[in-house]
Every structure is written in structure tokens, then in C-alpha cells.
Design a protein. Structure first.
Length: 138
């Protein structure tokens, strides 16, 4: 794999982690939004990634990046909280809360930001190696 391919690989990973961070922030922003029915309640979302294999760019079919295939909603059950004084409460006094686990989302955010940071470092290192290669002829 050439150093130029590293920029493509790291760039696709940066894009994927940006989507992951945006999805996580959306989940956290809606974690406490109450609703009166299950159909209107926010559901946690997660991005789905897939490896990009470019057989023509590499001799041995190495992974050449990552692609975001889509964003799926969580199938976990929604939380029901008893709040009879809430104007959104149903006849039994329950409101429906999103199925967002704040602790999991914070861990996901830390993981995504660390992965983003690592890929920036990969790009910086590849740039330094290319610059040193150019300076060898001087």
C-alpha cells in the first residue's frame, strides 16, 4: 500500500467517525424527550459500517477504507415512566421515553473521538514521511 492510499483510507475513516459522532450527539440530545405515544418517541440510532476492499489498488486485497452503509434505529423497548402530572401522559399516567442509554452513548462518543484522533495522526505521519522522502534528494 502506498502512502497516498493511506490518505484515502484515513479520510474514509474520518468521515465515518464524523457520522458516528453526529449520531451519538443526536441520541444524547434526545435522551430525555418525552412523548405520549410509542410512534412519536425518539429511538436511538446507530451507524452501520462496512469495509471497502479495492482489489485493484492493492495487490493482496487489503482493506482500503470504511463506508457508512446507513443508520439504523435501535429495536430495544422504549422506557415508560409514571408521570401522571405530565401533559404528555397517557390515560394510565405514563409517558414514553427514548431507549437511549446515556452511559453507552458517552462511551461511544469517547471511542469515536479517539478513533478520529488516531486517523488524524495517521495522516500527519504519512505527510511527514512523504516530506522526508522529498527532502532526501536535497
Amino acid at each position: 500500500m502506498s502512502l497516498f492510499n493511506l490518505f484515502d483510507t484515513a479520510g474514509s475513516a474520518l468521515h465515518a467517525q464524523t457520522i458516528r459522532l453526529n449520531t451519538t450527539s443526536s441520541n444524547l440530545a434526545n435522551a430525555n424527550s418525552a412523548s405520549s405515544s410509542t410512534g412519536e418517541t425518539y429511538r436511538a440510532r446507530q451507524p452501520v459500517f462496512a469495509a471497502i476492499v479495492d482489489e485493484f489498488a492493492t495487490e493482496d486485497g487489503e482493506v482500503a477504507g470504511v463506508r457508512v452503509m446507513g443508520i439504523v434505529e435501535s429495536q430495544k423497548p422504549l422506557r415508560q415512566e409514571y408521570q401522571p402530572g405530565n401533559p404528555l401522559a397517557n390515560e394510565e399516567g405514563y409517558v414514553f421515553m427514548p431507549n437511549v442509554n446515556v452511559v453507552e452513548e458517552m462511551a461511544n462518543m469517547i471511542s469515536a473521538s479517539r478513533s478520529y484522533q488516531t486517523n488524524v495522526e495517521v495522516m500527519n505521519t504519512a505527510k511527514q514521511m512523504l516530506m522526508r522522502t522529498l527532502s532526501m534528494g536535497q
